[in-house]
Design a binder for this molecule. Sequence first.
Ligand code: COA
Length: 159
Amino acid sequence: MKYKLFLAITHKIFYAIGSNKLTSSRIRIFFLRKTGIIFGKDVHINDGIIILKRWGYKRTQIVIEDRVAISSNVSFICETTHHHSKLKTIFPEFRVLDGKIHICEDTVIGTGAIIMPNVTIGKMSVIGAGSVITKDVGPYSVVVGVPGKVIKKISDEKK
Ligand SMILES: CC(C)(COP(=O)(O)OP(=O)(O)OC[C@H]1O[C@@H](n2cnc3c(N)ncnc32)[C@H](O)[C@@H]1OP(=O)(O)O)[C@@H](O)C(=O)NCCC(=O)NCCS
């Protein structure tokens, strides 16, 4: 029990440093790795990242591949909860969500984007500022809006 409490507190601290404005991308990634998030090489994370995820649950794993760039205030929502709300009894179809998030190599995520559970973003994609991504995104896509929609694809000759 004491060990679990210790782990819960250390993970809170790691998340806090991982989202801090005063640290650098390298330091953020160093601490976020300790919470179980998987990072590839040369990933960049700006400040203000929000991660809704319980530590230690493989179901809510986050994988961020090589050279992904994450702008400020991006949210990774791996799980949702109703806490004490009575909604779950009177409105059971309002589901609690959980699932993995996988960001493939070289993708760029714009400021304030929100990535929902069970989403894979294919390689070399661009996610527009403020977009909410609720479904998988194919590779080489430019996605904007709420919910995110593909507005462009990187042309074949540039790949
Ligand atoms: C997604 C993005 C790359 C698109 O750039 P682009 O390819 O030059 O696209 P355009 O500016 O030609 O816009 C195309 C359409 O998408 C719309 N659009 C662009 N970005 C949008 C966004 N973030 N949310 C909603 N709509 C957006 C434009 O209004 C335009 O709509 P229209 O065709 O109805 O006029 C860019 O707008 C963006 O959001 N970049 C992220 C910037 C950022 O957060 N940088 C972080 C700094 S580290």
